[in-house]
Ligand binder design. Structure first.
Ligand SMILES: Cc1cc2nc3c(=O)[nH]c(=O)nc-3n(C[C@H](O)[C@H](O)[C@H](O)COP(=O)(O)O)c2cc1C
Length: 208
């Protein structure tokens, strides 16, 4: 089994999503001790946001850039999509920022959504090409979005589910901690419950 572990929180040591994503990887390794883990810290080593020249590298077949810096970006796009395609389980640490995902994670998503590699359009609509993989999202939020009036403001989990579904990955699971900015007591309760739920999510990953 190959695990791809990505974190995207800007909060470093204080990050809650990093604690949860690390717990998910630890549990995966407990069940699959021979698994290989590749790690990318999207906050520490950010991926350049797409521009036309970078996107052309995978959206316009045959493009060879003259600028060596652009060629290096094209090579990075290839590395990132290959890493995804080569992995069986993708573990993402994803805080909610401004009702959505960190822009550092968006920059990664923009590199892996490649026509002909992870999806393609057909006469019958788009088809995902990413194979039989699973994504586990360690999702953290300051407020409450899994129920209540703010549910419609969730463009973090709902977006990731739709995005990976488009790439052909339907097996998207969430380990979630909410109310993290509503006092120390609620924060530690929420984190404890999320950590307690990790084993069940990991054990059931390929069950159905
Ligand atoms: C820049 C920024 C934007 C945030 N936006 C939201 C938000 O829209 N909704 C929310 O519930 N919490 C928001 N929060 C709170 C975080 O989701 C919460 O602190 C979470 O623990 C962050 O995960 P992390 O500790 O792994 O970074 C925001 C925090 C930051 C730093």
């Amino acid at each position: 089994m190959k695990i791809l572990h990505l974190d995207s929180s800007i909060l470093g040591e204080a990050s809650a999503s990093r604690v949860l994503s690390a717990a998910v990887v630890e549990e995966l390794l407990a069940l699959h001790p021979t698994a290989q883990v590749s790690v990318r810290d999207l906050a520490q080593t950010p991926i350049t946001h797409l521009d036309g020249a970078i996107a052309a590298g995978f959206r316009q077949p045959g493009t060879v850039a003259e600028d060596p810096a652009v060629r290096a970006e094209h090579a990075l796009s290839e590395t990132l999509v290959s890493e995804l395609l080569d992995s069986d389980v993708i573990v993402l640490g994803v805080p909610m920022y401004n009702f959505s995902i960190p822009s550092q994670l968006k920059a990664w998503l923009d590199r892996i959504a490649q026509p002909g590699r992870t999806f393609r359009y057909t006469e019958n609509g788009p088809v995902g090409l990413s194979g039989d993989k699973a994504v586990i999202v360690a999702s953290t939020r300051g407020g409450m979005y899994s129920s209540g009036p703010a549910q419609v403001m969730d463009h973090q989990e709902s977006y990731l589910k739709a995005f990976f579904g488009f790439l052909g990955i339907q097996r998207v699971r969430f380990v979630r901690a909410e109310l993290l900015t509503k006092g120390a007591e609620l924060r530690s309760k929420s984190m404890r419950e999320a950590l307690d739920g990790v084993a069940v999510v990991v054990a059931g990953l390929f069950a159905n």
